[in-house]
Write a protein that binds this ligand. Structure first.
Ligand code: 5AD
Ligand code: SF4
Length: 466
């Protein structure tokens, strides 16, 4: 397990069905869901300039890498991908076709100039806060300029981004991401995010509601609110009061057509009373919560600057389960943070046993240059990290399997998403994010239907319509 719920692996933006677009853009997305969302918004901005999205890199007039910097060697991965792209560009050039190459996302933000220096093939380097200027950067690049846009923008990028066409939204399916918050002020000592994404910024309520209404009107049924620290979102409400994520969820639940809401990723310190009340009072807020704890040791949590104890986390989970007993928890864990002893690691194993997670993502600590953790004493031996990771993952996998097995025979709702791989099969999404597979058509795409879970697959559930 190397990617998190928050990390999505590598994906391409769905090809555009909108006609009359003359040029093609290929976007490769690394990392978290926010990058997936950003890639779509970049594609939308470029669509307004005549670019259609393609999944065929050889056919693209513009190639964009939307990069992630959370893990070690992230930059190296980008440079080797650029090597491959250089060959594609040369091949296209031999047929008289021009290719503009851009690097976006967190590696672009962190490496900036260095990318320009090391990879002459790159025409554009653009950060996560400035990608509304992408169409302009592409125009300049086509005129022969190399463009570096990594300053934190003073203007609100969302105000400047064109809205996607309803047809483009429809093409992306019945689930959608909606970024409500960006950046992080928490400064966990292992994490690069506060440096790459900058400090916490919340989008205004009216902007978020308008975007959610547009998504719902284009057929989206499930919206996942995104933020590096999504539950730190705060803004002035239409009632003039200070709103937090809880108030926002109550308001979004009123939008006709929105059938399901989720949010990710959150910090334990920002789970306030209204947000917990939203889990109690909003049936459309899915009973699934990604709430990373990272470690079960108070000493390590302190060294990580998480600013809560293991028991604070346990008590918080008790409060959430008290109001929403069926909530399924997902988490992130780091083993081998500097100074982590056997006893500290056992505390992590203990909190996992106490809390139980249906899904979890665990990593060996990797020092990120520029973060305080990298300069700490007593780095843990790689072989010890490996052993601890193996033990932790074995426990987490067992908990995940136990949860899936416990679902067999139970009924659940499923959002019908698309036809399955086998003829006659249909794939939907369970309340717990896991895909559900049915052997018959239980309704139309976008319907939320009741099913009974019949068996579990590796990472999916099989069900029958009720
Ligand atoms: N080493 C290991 N894991 C990390 N994460 C973030 N930074 C590091 C690092 N330096 C993990 C955390 C976070 C998730 C997105 O990635 O668990 O919650
Ligand atoms: Fe990184 Fe911590 Fe901020 Fe999450 S809360 S983005 S782990 S600094």
């Amino acid at each position: 397990m190397t990617e998190t719920a928050w990390m999505s692996g590598e994906t391409a933006v769905a090809p555009d069905s909108v006609q009359a677009l003359t040029k093609k853009v290929f976007v490769k997305t690394y990392g978290c869901q926010m990058n997936v969302y950003d890639s779509q918004r970049m594609a939308d901005a470029l669509a307004a300039d005549g670019y259609a999205s393609t999944t065929d890199i050889g056919d693209a007039d513009l190639v964009l890498l939307n990069t992630c910097h959370i893990r070690e060697r992230a930059a190296e991965k980008v440079y080797s991908e650029l090597g491959r792209i250089r060959a594609i560009k040369a091949e296209r050039a031999s047929h008289g076709r021009e290719t503009v190459i851009g690097v976006a996302g967190c590696v672009a933000q962190a490496e900036g100039e260095e990318i320009m220096r090391r990879a002459p093939v790159v025409d554009i380097v653009i950060g996560p806060q400035t990608y509304h200027r992408l169409p302009d950067a592409v125009r300049k690049a086509r005129a022969g300029e190399r463009v570096l846009e990594t300053d934190y923008a003073l203007e609100d990028k969302f105000e400047h981004l064109p809205q996607p066409k309803p047809a483009a939204v429809k093409n992306r399916g019945v689930t959608a991401f909606l970024t409500v918050q960006e950046g992080c002020d928490k400064f966990c000592t292992f994490c690069v995010v506060p440096y790459t994404r900058g400090s916490e910024v919340s989008r205004p309520v009216a902007q978020i509601i308008a975007e959610a209404e547009r998504l719902a009107a284009s057929g989206v049924r499930e919206i996942t609110l995104l933020g590096q620290n999504v539950n730190a979102w705060r803004a002035e409400g239409p009632d003039g009061r200070a709103w937090g994520l809880g108030e926002l969820l109550f308001r979004l639940a009123e939008i006709p057509g929105v059938g399901r809401l989720r949010y990710t990723t959150s910090h334990p310190r920002d789970m306030n009373d209204t947000l917990i009340a939203a889990h109690r009072d909003l049936p459309i807020l899915m009973p699934y919560l990604h709430l990373p704890v990272q470690s079960g040791s108070d000493g390590i949590l302190k060294a990580m600057n998480r600013r809560h104890t293991a028991d604070d986390y346990r008590r918080l989970i008790d409060r959430i389960r008290h109001v929403r007993p069926d909530i399924a928890l997902s988490g992130d864990f780091i083993v081998g943070f500097p100074g982590e002893t056997d006893a500290d690691f056992e505390d992590t194993m203990r909190i996992v046993r106490d809390v139980t997670f249906v899904q979890a993502y665990s990593f060996k600590y990797s020092p990120r240059p520029g973060t305080p953790g990298a300069d700490m004493a007593f780095h843990v031996d790689e072989t010890i990290k490996d052993e601890r990771l193996q033990r932790l993952q074995a426990l987490l996998v067992r908990q995940q399997q136990d949860f899936q097995t416990s679902l067999v025979g139970r009924s659940a709702d499923m959002l019908i998403e698309r036809p399955g791989r086998e003829p006659g099969q249909w794939v939907g999404r369970s309340p717990w994010l896991m895909p559900v597979i049915l052997d018959e058509k239980p309704g139309e795409i976008g319907d939320i239907v009741d099913v009974r879970i019949t068996r579990t697959g590796t990472n999916s559930l099989h069900a029958e319509a009720l």
